[in-house]
Ligand binder design. Structure first.
Ligand code: HMG
Ligand code: NDP
Length: 426
C-alpha cells in the first residue's frame, strides 16, 4: 500500500502546484515534445503520482483539451502503474449501484449478497434489483459450477497432415511430462486437460488449467510457453503462436460454449404464479412465450451465439466493479436462458458456459475494485484456494438470473420502453 502522497489527487489537500513545480513540469514537457524523453519513461524519473500529472499535462497541451476530472482519484497509483496500466493519465469514474440482497444457495456461495454493478445504463440496476427481490422471495437461486478450467491453445505448423497427426499422438504419450513442465511455473495452477485439434498442417493444443482463485490468463500463458517449447522440441513442429485462437480468449466462440472456459455456471429459481404476478407484473405463460420466441427462436433466426436477453449487461457491470477483465464480458453474452412452466409457476434458469473470473491478480487489487470484492466477501485467496473465485462466479450467476427474470418480465408486461423512459432519461 502506498502512502497518502501516492493517492493524493491533484487539486486536493496538498496537491496544489507551486511555481517551482510548474517550472519543473514545463522542462519535462519540453523533453517530451522534442522526443528526448518518452511519455512511458516518466515513472523512471518521477513518483507515479507526479508522472501521471505531468503526462496528463502534456496530453492536455498536445490536444488542447482540459482533463481536470481524469486527474481526480483515490486509488493507489503506485501499484496500478506497475501492474495494471501503462502511460496512465488518470481514471474514468463509472457509477456503481447495488442490487439485492439476493439469496444464493450455491455450491460455494451461500447467503444473501448485495451485488455491486458499475454501469451508466439507467434502469439496469433497478432491473437487477427487482430480479434479486424475486429470487430472494422465492427462497433463493440454486447455483452450481459445472466445469472449471482456463485454457490456452498454442498453434504449431507441421510439414504434412501425417506429421500433424503424429504431434497429437506425441502429446498424448508425453502428457505427464508436459503436466510437470507446466506446473513447474506456478505454485497454484494445475494442468487438468490437453486436447489437440488438427486443421490440415496446423495443430492446436488446447491446454486447460485449474487456476484456483486467479482468473489465470497470465498464469496459464506462462505455463503454456513451457509446454509449447517441449512440444516443438519433441515433434519438430514449429510453434507459430502461443495463442492460436482455439483457446478462445476474448472472441465469441462455440468451443467455449461447448467445452467451457473459466468457470461454467448454472443458476435457477422456481417462482410461484403469485411471485411472477406481484413482482414481475406478468404470468408464467407469457414469461415462457417471451423466452421461447425471443431468447430461443429469435436468437436462432439471428444466428446469435447467445440465447438470452441481456446477460452481458450484468456480467460487464459486475466485472467492471470487481476488477475483472472487461473484455471477457463477451463470454457472458453466450448465456442460455430457459423458462419451464411448472404446476405452480415457472422455473427459470441461466447457463453461463464461460465466466473467466478471479479474486486475486489482474485488476482485483485496485482499491475500489477490491472494496467491491470485499463487499461480496470474496477478496483474495479462498480457503482452500479456488473457493473465492468459485463463489464470485456463483454470485455473478445469480445476478445474471436476476437480470434475465426482470427483463423477461418487463418485456412480457410491455414495460421495457416505459422503464427506460422513466429511469434512463431523467
Ligand atoms: C424498471 C423496472 C424494475 C420497474 O419495475 P416495476 O415492477 O414496474 O416497478 P415497481 O415500482 O413495482 O418495483 C418493483 C421492484 O423493482 C425494483 N425497483 C424499481 N424501481 C427501482 C429503482 N429506481 N431503483 C432500484 N430498484 C428499483 C425494486 O426491487 C422494486 O421492488 P421493491 O423493493 O419496491 O419491493 C422494470 O420495468 C424493469 O426491470 N424493466 C427492464 C429494464 C431492464 O432490464 N433494462 C436493462 C437492460 S435493457 C438492454 O440493455 C438490453 C436489451 C433490452 O436491448 C436487450 C434485448 O434486446 O432484449
Ligand atoms: N497473458 C495473456 O495472454 C493475457 C493476460 N490477461 C490479463 O491477465 C491478468 C490475469 O491473469 P492472472 O494469471 O489471473 O493474474 P496474475 O498475472 O496477476 O497472477 C495471479 C497469480 O497470483 C498467484 N496467486 C496467489 N494466490 C493465489 C490463489 N489463491 N489462487 C491462484 N493464484 C494465486 C499465482 O501465482 P503462482 O502462479 O506463482 O502460484 C498466480 O499466478 C489480467 O490482468 C488480464 O487482463 C488477459 C488475457 C490474456
Amino acid at each position: 500500500m502506498a502512502d497518502d502522497a501516492q493517492r493524493r489527487p491533484e487539486g486536493q489537500a496538498g496537491g496544489a502546484q507551486s511555481g517551482q513545480d510548474r517550472e519543473r513540469d514545463a522542462v519535462i514537457h519540453a523533453k517530451l515534445k522534442d522526443g528526448t524523453l518518452k511519455i512511458y519513461e516518466l515513472e523512471k524519473e518521477l513518483m507515479p503520482i507526479d508522472a501521471i500529472r505531468v503526462r496528463r499535462g502534456f496530453i492536455e497541451q498536445e490536444t488542447g483539451t482540459k482533463l481536470e476530472n481524469l486527474g481526480i482519484f483515490s486509488i493507489d497509483v503506485d501499484r496500478v502503474t506497475k501492474r495494471n496500466c501503462e502511460n496512465m493519465i488518470g481514471t474514468v469514474q463509472v457509477p456503481v449501484g447495488v442490487a439485492g440482497p439476493v439469496l444464493v444457495n450455491g455450491g460455494c456461495a451461500s447467503g444473501k449478497y448485495w451485488l455491486p454493478l458499475a454501469t451508466t445504463e439507467g434502469a439496469l440496476v433497478a432491473s437487477v434489483n427487482r430480479g434479486c427481490s424475486a429470487i430472494t422471495k422465492a427462497g433463493g437461486a440454486d447455483v452450481r459450477i459445472i466445469h472449471d478450467g482456463m485454457t490456452r491453445a498454442p498453434v504449431f505448423a507441421t510439414d504434412s497432415v501425417s506429421h500433424a497427426a503424429q504431434v497429437g499422438d506425441w502429446v498424448t504419450v508425453h502428457r505427464d511430462e508436459l503436466k510437470a513442465a507446466a506446473e513447474s511455473t506456478t505454485s497454484h495452477g494445475k494442468l487438468t486437460d490437453i486436447v489437440t485439434f488438427v486443421a490440415g498442417t496446423s495443430v492446436y493444443v488446447r491446454l486447460e488449467f485449474d487456476t484456483k482463485d486467479a482468473m489465470g490468463m497470465n498464469m496459464v500463458t506462462i505455463a503454456s510457453a513451457k509446454v509449447a517449447d517441449l512440444i516443438a522440441q519433441g515433434t519438430g513442429a514449429r510453434l507459430i503462436a502461443l495463442s492460436g485462437n482455439m483457446c478462445t480468449d476474448k472472441k465469441p466462440a462455440a468451443i467455449n460454449g461447448i467445452m467451457g472456459r473459466g468457470r461454467s455456471v448454472v443458476a435457477g429459481v422456481a417462482l410461484t404464479n403469485e411471485q411472477i404476478s406481484t413482482i414481475l407484473k406478468t404470468d408464467a405463460k407469457s414469461l415462457f412465450e417471451v423466452n421461447y420466441r425471443k431468447n430461443l427462436v429469435g436468437s436462432a433466426r439471428a444466428g446469435a451465439m447467445g440465447f438470452n436477453a441481456h446477460a452481458a449487461n450484468i456480467v460487464a457491470a459486475m466485472f467492471i466493479a470487481c476488477g475483472q477483465d472487461a473484455a471477457h464480458a463477451i463470454d457472458g453474452s453466450t448465456c442460455i436462458t430457459t423458462v419451464d412452466q411448472t404446476e405452480t409457476g415457472a422455473y427459470v434458469s441461466v447457463t453461463l458456459p464461460s465466466l473467466p473470473v478471479g479474486t486475486v491478480g489482474g485488476g482485483t487489487g485496485v482499491d475500489t475494485q477490491q472494496e467491491c470484492l470485499r463487499l461480496l466477501g470474496v477478496a483474495g485467496s479462498g480457503t482452500p484456494p479456488g473457493t473465492n473465485a468459485k463463489k464470485l462466479a456463483e454470485i455473478i450467476g445469480a445476478g445474471v438470473l436476476a437480470g434475465e427474470l426482470s427483463l423477461l418480465g418487463a418485456l412480457a408486461a410491455q414495460h421495457l420502453a416505459r422503464a427506460h423512459q422513466q429511469l434512463g432519461r431523467g
